[in-house]
Design a protein around this ligand. Structure first.
Ligand code: GLY
Length: 342
C-alpha cells in the first residue's frame, strides 16, 4: 500500500492506494458508523462491510440531486445520527459526492471517509474534497469543499467493474498524464495493453501517479481559484457532450474534449502537430473515443450555457507542451471554429 496526503483547509486527507475494503475498520474512529452506498455496490460487497447502519441509494447520475440528499438526511435522523457519527461512502464518484455532501451538511458536518470502488473515482472524484449534487441541469452546482479523512482505493474492487467503466477511468488517468507528466504519458504508451487487461501492477501505478498529480494541485489550490482549474482539461467540451447526448459516459466525453483542447493548443501555437497526434494515439490505445459524432450546433449551444463562462470568453485549459497545462481565456468564436473543424 502507498499513502498520499492532501492538506486542505478543512483538514488532512489520507489517500490509501492499495488498501483493502476489509481493513476499513482500522480507519473508523467512531462507534457510530453509517455507510452510504448504492444498490449495485451493496449487492456485490455488503457482505464485506463492517457492522453498521447502511443507507442505499439508487445508481445513476439522475439520482445525484437534492431529493436523494433529503432522503439521506431522513434516514440519518431515523438512525439517530448525532455529531459523533462517522459516515463512510462506499462506491464510485456519485456515491462519494453525495455521501461527502450529506456528511458535510448534516448537523453542520459529520466526520467522513470513502472507499472508492471505481477507477474513475479512485483517480478523480473521491480525491480532493469536492462534494455535491447536480441542480437545474447543472453538474455539481450545489456542494462543498470538504476533505474526507481517508480514501481507500482498493484495486481488487475494480475486478467487478464493467469494461466501459474501466475505460472511463483511463480517460481521467490520461488527463493527469497530459496536464502533469510526460513520463506518465510514456508509461501509458509502454503499458496500455497491460492496463487494458487490468494488470494489477500497471493499474496501481497509474492510480498512484494520477493521485500524485491531482494531490499536488489540490495542495496548491484546494478551492479552485487558479491552479486546480487545470484538472478541468477536456471538461468544458466534455460536459457539453454529456449535456447533449447520452451516448458517451463521462470519461469518454472528456476524451473527445481533450482532443478539442489539444487542437486549440495547436492553433494557439503551444502544441506541435506531432503532440496532438500523440495525444490522440494515447487515447486510442486506451480504447477511448477521439472524434465527435454528435450535433455541433447543440454542442456550441451547451458551451454558451456553461456556468463557468464569463461574457464571450471561457476559461479554457490548454497544453503548452505535453505535461504542462495552462489556463487561457478563449472566445466562444474560436471554440466554434475548432468544433466545426473536428
Ligand atoms: N475533478 C476535478 C477536480 O477535482 O477539481
Amino acid at each position: 500500500m502507498k499513502t498520499l496526503e492532501i492538506n486542505g483547509t478543512t483538514g488532512r486527507s489520507q489517500i490509501l492506494v492499495g488498501e483493502r475494503l476489509h481493513n476499513l475498520k482500522k480507519y473508523i474512529p467512531s462507534e457510530k458508523l453509517i455507510i452510504i452506498t448504492d444498490t449495485n455496490v451493496a449487492k456485490l460487497y455488503k457482505k464485506d462491510f463492517p457492522k453498521s447502519n447502511c443507507i442505499e441509494i439508487a445508481t445513476g447520475e439522475k439520482n445525484k440531486n437534492l431529493k436523494t440528499i433529503r432522503s439521506i438526511y431522513e434516514q440519518l435522523v431515523n438512525y439517530e445520527a448525532d455529531r459523533s457519527a462517522f459516515i463512510v461512502g462506499i462506491g464510485g464518484g456519485i456515491v462519494c459526492d453525495i455521501a461527502g455532501f450529506a456528511a458535510s451538511t448534516f448537523m453542520r458536518g459529520l466526520r467522513f471517509g470513502f472507499v472508492s470502488t471505481t477507477l474513475l473515482s479512485q483517480v478523480d472524484a473521491s480525491v480532493g474534497g469536492k462534494n455535491g449534487v447536480n441542480f437545474h441541469g447543472y453538474k455539481n452546482m450545489i456542494g462543498t469543499f470538504n476533505q474526507p479523512e481517508f480514501v481507500i482505493c482498493d484495486m481488487t474492487l475494480l475486478n467487478t467493474l464493467p469494461n466501459r467503466e474501466i475505460l472511463c477511468g483511463f480517460g481521467e488517468i490520461a488527463k493527469h498524464a497530459f496536464i502533469g507528466s510526460n513520463d506518465m504519458c510514456e508509461y501509458i504508451e509502454d503499458n496500455s495493453q497491460k492496463a487494458l487487461s487490468l494488470d494489477k501492477e500497471v493499474i496501481s501505478c497509474l492510480v498512484y501517479d494520477s493521485i500524485v498529480i491531482k494531490s499536488n494541485i489540490v495542495n496548491m489550490d484546494e478551492k479552485e481559484q487558479g491552479e486546480r482549474k487545470k484538472l478541468n482539461f477536456g471538461h468544458t467540451f466534455g460536459h457539453a457532450i454529456e449535456k447533449t447526448t447520452s451516448e458517451l459516459l463521462h470519461g469518454e466525453a472528456i476524451s473527445v474534449g481533450m482532443v478539442v483542447a489539444a487542437k486549440l493548443s495547436l492553433i494557439k501555437g503551444m502544441l506541435a502537430d506531432r503532440d496532438v497526434k500523440r495525444i490522440v494515439a494515447i487515447l486510442k490505445s486506451l480504447k477511448l473515443p477521439t472524434t465527435l459524432t454528435t450535433d455541433r450546433e447543440r454542442m456550441v449551444d451547451a458551451i454558451k450555457k456553461d456556468k463557468k463562462r464569463e461574457g464571450n470568453d471561457i476559461d479554457y485549459i490548454l497544453l503548452d507542451g505535453i505535461g504542462n497545462a495552462v489556463i487561457q481565456k478563449i472566445s466562444i468564436h474560436e471554440l466554434e471554429n475548432v468544433i466545426f473543424d473536428l
